[in-house]
Design a protein around this ligand. Structure first.
Ligand SMILES: Cc1ncc(COP(=O)(O)O)c(C=O)c1O
Length: 410
């Protein structure tokens, strides 16, 4: 049975325990809209998720890998200088310190362990910023499985340092030259590969998007971020934050941070890619500017024209440059439990520079959208206790930063 919420926050027990429903729906969003050829593979995956994910055995193996290989728990850092500058109390959940440099590793490890249990002989993945590709390559190398990563040709170029990292860890990187040559095209290509060998291949999807059960699976694997952050805030700050803020591409780091706070009175704010501005094609802010529709197997909010044609997107960050978003975010927006706004390329690069200079932390450009949103939030709410999901580190972005922030640097 699916329940529709028109307004207001649904009761916490319903959010945490019941969503998605049996059909993978979050209210009216989510579900599974795929060609017949994919149905058996998704059925198998769903059965595998139901069987293994809750098992004590799987959870113990996952926890062990997160602790001894990924380096969890990641730190919670008090950002003293940003706190002073913004007139707020700022805390950073440091996913940039996780192995391979971003939150993506939590999901990649979990899905690769699942793939082994399901008897897969090969891992495939898509990547935008390259972080999920690097994480998948690393996890596959650790478990001794071959790995192929699809990456849009535009992203191969703008995230070049990550291409080399994947290759060094034994993965084959396939540049995708069709479609928009970014993340959407890479997901299409990975789905095509999966259909051709649904038994031997495991498709490790990198965000909380796609057909059921992916949005649920990815959320469950990423919720470790929010569970740790919640406990660390109580221990180190002595209180929960007033607000938790994360950047939103497909939505995996944000849903992972937000989920354990859904039952609290903590405000939640997702920050999307505002790109060059508000025009269709100038941004990648599907929750802020999108309308409902189906993309890559799921019903969610999308950037599309009046005829339902998916639009090209623009963002300075490869990892947020996607015309859709995970269905649970669309649902959380509809219910009003989570607020979403966007930050432009310019605001984001400025926030990145400020964080790097003030805190000695170079965030990924994706992550810097959350900092831009947090700075605005602090201006509206003086003295607020703000938790920022620091989803990844910015080393991969050096080619872009050389051309932008550092262009006039002497
Ligand atoms: C560091 C970092 N943060 C955020 C994202 C956006 O993805 P998601 O919205 O799934 O967290 C990416 C995507 O590649 C990323 O590399």
């Amino acid at each position: 049975m699916s329940t529709q919420f028109s307004a207001g926050a649904p009761p916490a027990d319903q959010l945490n325990a019941r969503y998605p429903d049996m059909k993978g729906r979050y209210g009216r969003f989510g579900g599974r809209y795929v060609p017949e050829t994919l149905v058996p593979a998704l059925d198998r995956l769903q059965a595998g998720v139901s069987r293994h994910l809750p098992s004590a055995d799987f959870q113990a193996e996952f926890a062990h890998e997160l602790k001894t290989w990924v380096g969890r728990p990641t730190a919670l850092t008090h950002a003293a200088a940003l706190s002073r500058r913004w007139g707020a109390e700022v805390w950073l959940k440091r996913e940039d310190l996780a192995h391979t440099g971003a939150h993506k590793i939590n999901n990649a490890v979990g899905q690769t362990l699942l793939a082994r249990r399901l008897g897969a002989r090969r891992i495939i993945a898509e990547t935008g910023a390259g972080q999920h590709g690097v994480a998948s390559a690393a996890a596959a190398a650790r478990l001794g499985l071959p790995c192929v990563v699809y990456m849009g040709a535009v992203d191969v170029e703008r995230q070049a340092p990550n291409v080399g990292r994947m290759q060094l860890m034994g993965a084959t990187v396939v540049p995708v030259t069709g479609g928009d040559k970014t993340l959407r095209a890479a997901i299409d290509e990975a789905l095509r590969d999966w259909v051709s060998d649904p038994d031997g291949t495991y498709y490790s999807l990198g965000s909380a998007v796609g057909p059921h059960p992916y949005p649920y699976l990815v959320r469950e694997l990423q919720a470790v971020i929010g569970r740790e952050a919640r406990a660390q805030m109580l221990e180190q700050a002595g209180a929960l934050p007033d607000v938790a803020i994360a950047c939103v591409g497909g939505g995996s780091n944000a849903i992972g941070l937000f989920h354990p706070f859904l039952g609290d009175t903590v405000q939640l704010l997702g920050v999307e890619a505002g790109g060059r501005g508000v025009g269709l094609g100038d941004n990648a802010a599907s929750l802020t500017f999108g309308t409902p529709g189906v993309l890559q197997g799921s019903y969610s909010l999308l950037l599309q024209d009046a005829d339902g044609q998916i639009q090209e997107t623009h963002s300075v960050s490869a990892g947020l440059d996607y015309p859709g978003v995970g269905p649970e975010h669309a649902f959380l927006k509809q219910t009003g439990r989570v607020a979403y706004e966007s930050a432009t390329d310019e605001e984001t690069l400025d926030a990145l520079s400020e964080c790097a200079r003030a805190e000695g932390i170079l965030p990924a450009i994706e992550t810097a959208h959350a900092f831009a949103g947090a700075r605005r939030y602090a201006a509206r709410h003086p003295g607020a206790r703000i938790l920022i999901g620091c989803s990844g580190r910015g080393d991969k972005d050096m080619p872009i930063l050389q051309r932008t922030v550092l262009k006039d640097y002497r």
